[in-house]
Design a binder for this molecule. Structure first.
Ligand SMILES: [Fe+2]
Length: 550
């Protein structure tokens, strides 16, 4: 059976399941190169080309949207392009989120909790009981005022602090620099039974301003982007109150549902600090957070639900990794490198010329470069569907370099000073460095770093002593794991710094061309694309005002 999942609105994309296994999945933004791009035309074509299928081969195409429901019979126009008649279905946005997490987990049964900015018809939070291939909505937040939902409340503070509402990771990171002491016992959320809602009455900046006025509290000036202590305290306030409310609410849902396995989905589930608190709650057996928790996972949830429930195809294969993009072959890589070399080295003087070589044991070579203090773009196999780079579209560096965060922030990623970097660690060594007794393959937990180890890996320890490691086991990512193991053999550390291979404000790179473009526009030292190592050659001209190390 061949099932397509397609998301109509923002964070669009396509997922194609063939016989219960994801054959290809990609977000639209990776192809249009515009963050959060909606729709699915580019991603649909990509998935069909990658698998050699055509629309007439598809048994079912499943769509979702947010806001209003899609009309019955919606087929996205695909019937005109070859999809057989009556081969489409529409499912609810939150149902898709729940399916994307439960079916990606290895649980036989679970409580699936959806924490979303907005679903269909005013949904904000909902929860589902999942057993086998059955998913049933058990309840939802009946206060459908979206401003009072957990996601929109967090977004309101994020907007107030000066970032786009989808950039909640900045608020979470900044919170570690603040204290919520000045706010005393001030409440932001009310939790009662299976209901949860905030005191905000408006969305975005206005919501925070009104709340601040009503309760007489100071969050500082809007849009201060962490430059004042009070804004850091405001970030801590929203983070603390969100964590506390979620723990109380989910604890009640666990009791009500009788399930101890919990799956999370929806954009709020990317809050790895809150996830860490939830997984440690009494009553929770195991926690699974799907790596494509935001609406990027809608395409995945739609395809999985279509295969498993609508077509009764059984359980789709659970995730051991989330890289479902297509691999780029050697001919394409060589073409990009040779063309760039020919054009760039002779005519484009704004960027440095490149050199490249095919390296037989590229994992060892990259490990040596990282150990020598270099930063390396690492592009291997298919790209990840989730927001995190997990060893397929990553930038790697030595986590023991004391200046590595500042170097990456200023020369490569152009990120705010307070954003931390994460490590990828050999799974068997994770508990020696982190307070982590479970696997964390998708970087969605934030355990503490053991005090005696923090000094040896300053590049990946946040100011509050936590980190968000990716555990890399021997079966999951053999090539990436080899880089870490080779690095460990040289430096004695079983982990490398791993951040997503993209520049500020851009989606993660997808193609060799994207990778070379990002490489040339940043201070990255090397990029490894499959077996090819690329570096910046000595430019034909040199600015004498800049030192070699600047
Ligand atoms: Fe959503």
């Amino acid at each position: 059976m061949k099932v397509l999942g397609l998301n109509v609105q923002h964070d669009g994309g396509c997922c194609l399941i063939v016989d219960g296994q994801i054959a290809c999945a990609i977000s639209e933004e990776r192809l249009t190169r515009k963050r959060g791009a909606g729709g699915w035309w580019y991603s649909l074509r990509y998935c069909l080309e990658a698998t050699g299928l055509q629309l007439r081969d598809i048994d079912l195409a499943v769509f979702s949207s947010y806001g209003d429901d899609l009309p019955a019979g919606f087929d996205g126009g695909l019937t005109a392009f070859g999809l057989r008649p009556r081969r489409s279905a529409v499912i609810d946005h939150h149902l898709s989120h729940a399916a994307s997490s439960f079916f990606a987990s290895s649980f036989d049964d679970a409580l699936a909790v959806v924490l979303d900015g907005a679903g269909n018809n005013g949904d904000t939070e909902s929860y589902f009981v999942c057993e086998g291939n059955r998913i049933e909505r058990l309840g939802w937040n009946r206060d459908r005022t979206s401003a009072r939902g957990v996601g929109k409340t967090y977004e309101a503070f994020t907007s107030f602090l000066g970032w786009p509402m989808m950039d909640s990771g900045s608020t979470m990171a900044l919170a570690a620099y603040g204290s919520s002491e000045r706010y005393g016992s001030l409440e932001l959320f009310d939790v009662s039974g299976d209901q949860i809602s905030s005191h905000l009455t408006e969305k975005y900046v206005q919501g925070v301003l009104e709340y601040s006025k009503k309760y007489g509290v100071d969050f500082g000036e809007p849009f201060s982007r962490g430059q004042t202590q009070v804004s850091r305290d405001a970030a801590r306030f929203i983070q603390d109150r969100t964590e506390r409310a979620l723990k109380q609410w989910i604890s009640g849902l666990v009791r009500k549902s009788g399930k101890t396995n919990v799956c999370l989905a929806g954009g709020v589930a990317l809050n790895c600090v809150a996830n860490e608190g939830i997984r440690r709650m009494p009553g929770i057996g195991s926690l699974f957070v799907t790596p494509a928790a935001s609406d990027k996972g809608q395409a995945v949830g739609n395809a999985m639900y279509g295969f498993s429930v609508i077509l009764n195809g059984g359980r789709p294969k659970s995730f051991i990794r989330d890289s479902f993009g297509k691999s780029h072959d050697e001919a394409e890589i060589r073409l990009v490198l040779e063309r760039r070399q020919e054009l760039g080295n002779n005519f484009i003087v704004e960027a440095p010329p490149i050199e490249f070589a095919r390296v037989p044991a590229i994992e060892s070579e990259v490990a040596k470069l990282i150990a020598a203090g270099k930063t390396v773009g690492w592009m291997q196999g298919g790209s990840e569907i989730g927001s995190r780079a997990l060893g397929h579209r990553s930038i790697l560096a030595d986590p023991s370099r004391p200046d590595i965060q500042e170097h990456l922030n200023r020369r490569v990623k152009n990120r705010a000073w307070f954003r931390p970097y994460a490590p990828s660690v050999l799974a068997e060594a994770a508990d020696a460095y982190f307070d982590l007794d479970v696997s964390s393959p998708f970087m969605l937990l934030a355990p503490r770093v053991h005090a005696d180890k923090a000094g040896s890996i300053p590049g990946v320890v946040h100011v509050d002593g936590t980190s968000r490691p990716q555990t890399v086991s021997s079966n999951d990512e053999p090539r990436f794991r080899k880089v870490i193991a080779e690095f460990c053999a040289i430096r004695g550390l079983p982990l490398v710094l791993n951040t997503s291979f993209n520049l500020s404000g851009e989606p993660i790179v997808e193609s060799p061309r994207d990778a070379i473009s990002a490489f040339l526009r940043s201070g990255l030292d090397y990029v490894a694309i499959e077996d090819y190592l690329v570096w910046k050659a000595q430019p034909l001209w040199k600015n004498p005002a800049r030192s070699e190390s600047a």
